[in-house]
Design a protein around this ligand. Sequence first.
Ligand code: KIV
Length: 297
Amino acid sequence: MSAHPAQAPGPRVTASALTAMKHSARPIVMITAYDFPTARLVESAGVDAVLVGDSLGMTVLGHDSTLPVTVDDVVRATSAVTRAVNRALVVADMPFMSYQASYEEGMRNAARLVAEGGAQAVKLEGAAAGTLALTRGLVEAGIPVMGHVGLTPQSVHALGGYSTQAKDAAAAAKLIDDCLALAQAGAFAVVLECIPAELARRVTARLYVPTIGIGAGGGCDGQVQVFHDVVGLGDFLPRHAKRYANVSAVIADAVATYAGEVRAGEFPTEAQTTHVDAAVVVEAEAASTSARGGGSA
Ligand code: KIV
């Protein structure tokens, strides 16, 4: 595989370009990626934005929630993704407790995702007072912020699970107010996760900035999906996701075929083999000082 990033045509997608897409009714396509080869693939498929989500804790690190993900995990993944992506907007997730404890810590950790990871924007969950203050501070410091409301996985214990949110009028009213407050604080877009479609459509109409839905119906300005769900690399498919390929089966089949060929002595063949004059090996054997040491036949 080439070490060079795919050259996707067109200028870099910016945070404000997503707002322009909303106002010209062009649906925004966002997907997660956590490594260089995957980022190359999603970039060459022409997505508008790539999310280095803290979902990496579950999809690639094998945790059962996003809570154990660290800033170092996201910085490392983001730097791999940004080495592959030239056109799409790269948004990095601020992981659990990287911004909830203090404003200063939030500023410093967001700066790491941008300066070390190369992200063009960061995403924060919720609309608590501290999160709104941090959103204002980051935007003032020149770091675009994406909001995220509804099912916010970092609050899984407070929410009591991964179920649809804002199903009654009071919770729906709070969600509308949270979205307006995030936009007011300067967020350039808001992810709406697992909320009723009617509410998502209403919020989308109220906001000047785009909404990006996941499990929020077709009335949002764009959609975000987890890469592993879309290509069939995970064991479990959430109801809001659609599997467009079964990459797990392709990989399992390839590895099983490789294993079978090694065991049958069919791999490697001449095509994968290089040769040297036999005299070189004889000379090397004679010159080797360790040839008669332990372990030689
Ligand atoms: O971490 C993630 O992948 C996300 C999306 C589900 C929006 O936050």
